[in-house]
Write a protein that binds this ligand. Structure first.
Ligand code: XMP
Length: 484
């Protein structure tokens, strides 16, 4: 929307008489400027992406915060812009606190009234000093102290769960991923054996995954987990199916059927717990507003039907992924589980192109294990610096930690090779690795050649059926992270 358009939402002027600090971001700055008597215009110039902003006039919001200085000593900030409209006249008693070449008023401020606006986005990671700017606003300008701790939060949430649930039994669909594992351990701390988890093994999990989930969640934490081996059912349902969407639909439906069937066997369940986290809440709010990002719509395989007639419990609803990880750590979950890369609900089914065969699953599990183990055991060195996607503070981390998602894809394509004295005619696998913060866009990881080479050798030597390994150098968009 455009603030310059008279039908667009505006800000109630009384907000600015409350004598509380206000920071308007992007549209927020424009709405604020307009409400206070400034002017906003659409002048046909769009700024989208990276921009360099020059701070001006030593405002309380930006003073002493910069990424670099120009040759005249002015502080410069690397920021992310995304706008088509401009504030072209300041409201009364406001100063310009920063500008770019295309956007002479890129930030506005009134230090006395503690009202500020920024045209760029301090909340995105591409704005390098964004967090520092937000901290300046929250801690110094709003005078808010940091007294939120995960320990206190855990206490509070556990108490809330106890009060809400009373003596009822709660059902949770456990996938072994970070969110459902953290939800399980939190609920277990709160209500112990009243929590019953159903873990559906659809036969397309990673190597030893089902065993490890049971060992960690049921064995170590003592959570009540009912593991259902439904692999035959899923493989039969997928028999001969090659279309990716069709495969996803079959898996989604079977998952719900199996879960529902097993849930009915458990008496007295009143609640269904889900590992929904805050980004999921934002996405579903969007879909209520018909602004859903289509590409994600097929992802909610775990979305269970209302026909279960259970009350919904979502203990992680207010947390972002990094907070879920930190909660898991506070609850004593193993770091293997907490720091896992995401794994799609349909599992290896979307990483085996075309129809699924047991043989392909076994090959893929072995190759994937070799690849991820190598990433976990290879540490980033100073030599990796020419790697444009590798930041200096990542030296010493493993490549698994430094990448957002890495896995192997099985291609049902045979090619000719030679091993020893013999000709081979075998399958191909693809190594995929991406770096992303939101999974909506992603760059392929610039892994060191030596690492790729070692993984390729090990896979070809140790996994029968594979004689060729390739590396995926496509980013999202235009590709997607998964191959199907
Ligand atoms: P794409 O392939 O769309 O993937 O670029 C983006 C992220 O979503 C994950 N993904 C899924 N997660 N159920 C899930 O729970 C799914 O059906 C699904 N499909 C993709 C993918 O692994 C990546 O992290």
């Amino acid at each position: 929307m455009s603030v310059a358009d008279s039908s667009s939402p505006g800000v109630d002027n009384q907000l600015f008489d409350l004598k509380v600090p206000v920071l308007g971001i992007c549209y927020g700055m424009q709405a604020m400027a307009k409400a206070l008597g400034g002017k906003v215009e659409s002048i046909g110039i769009r700024e989208f992406g990276h921009a360099t902003v020059r701070a001006r006039g030593h405002s309380r919001l930006l003073s002493e915060i910069s990424d670099k200085t120009n040759d005249r000593g002015h502080g410069l900030l690397d920021v992310w812009m995304s706008h088509g409209d401009l504030v072209t006249e300041l409201p009364n008693d406001f100063n310009t606190i920063c500008s770019t070449e295309n956007c002479p008023i890129a930030g506005i401020g009134n230090d006395e009234r503690l009202l500020y606006g920024l045209q760029f986005h301090p909340e995105v990671t591409h704005t390098k000093k964004g967090l520092q700017i937000i901290k300046r606003f929250v801690h110094e300008i709003c005078d808010v102290s940091t007294n939120w701790t995960m320990k206190n939060y855990v206490k509070e949430v556990i108490q809330n769960i106890k009060t809400k649930v009373g003596s009822d039994a709660v059902l949770l669909g456990l996938s072994g991923g970070v969110d459902s594992s953290v939800a399980a351990s939190l609920l277990h701390k709160a209500i112990g054996k009243q929590l019953i988890c159903i873990f559906v093994d659809h036969g397309m999990l990673r190597k030893d995954e089902a065993k490890n989930v049971m060992k960690e969640i049921s064995g170590k934490l003592g959570v009540n987990v009912c593991k259902i081996d439904a692999s035959n059912e899923f493989l039969e349902g997928l028999n001969g199916v090659t279309d990716p969407e069709e495969k996803r639909k079959i898996i989604g439906k079977l998952f719900v059927d199996v879960f529902q069937r097993e849930a009915k066997k458990i008496p007295n369940i009143k609640w269904l717990a889900q590992g929904t986290i805050y980004p999921d809440v934002i996405e579903s709010a969007d879909s209520n507003n018909k602004k859903a990002v289509k590409i994600k719509s097929h992802h909610n395989v775990g979305g269970l039907p209302e026909s279960l007639h259970l009350k919904l419990l979502e203990p992680l609803r207010e947390l972002f992924k990094d907070e879920v990880r930190s909660l898991g750590k506070t609850l004593g979950l193993d770091s293997e589980i907490i720091n896992r890369h995401p794994f799609p609900g349909p599992g290896l089914a979307v990483r085996i192109l075309g129809s699924i065969q047991r043989e392909y699953i076994q090959i893929l599990q072995k190759a994937d294990y070799i690849y991820t183990e190598k990433l976990k055991k290879t540490y980033i060195t100073k030599v990796d610096f020419d790697n444009e996607l590798c930041e200096e503070d990542q030296v010493g981390k493993s490549w698994y930690e430094a990448t957002s998602q890495a896995f192997v894809v099985f291609l049902p394509v045979k090619s000719v090779g030679v091993m020893g004295d013999s000709r081979t005619y075998e399958w191909t696998v693809v190594l995929r690795s991406v770096i992303t913060s939101d999974f909506m866009s992603a760059s392929w990881s610039r892994l060191p050649y030596r690492l790729i080479e070692e993984v390729s050798n090990q896979i070809i030597n140790e996994v029968p059926g594979i004689n060729r390994v390739v590396y995926d150098v496509s980013s999202k968009p235009p590709s997607t992270i998964e191959w199907e």
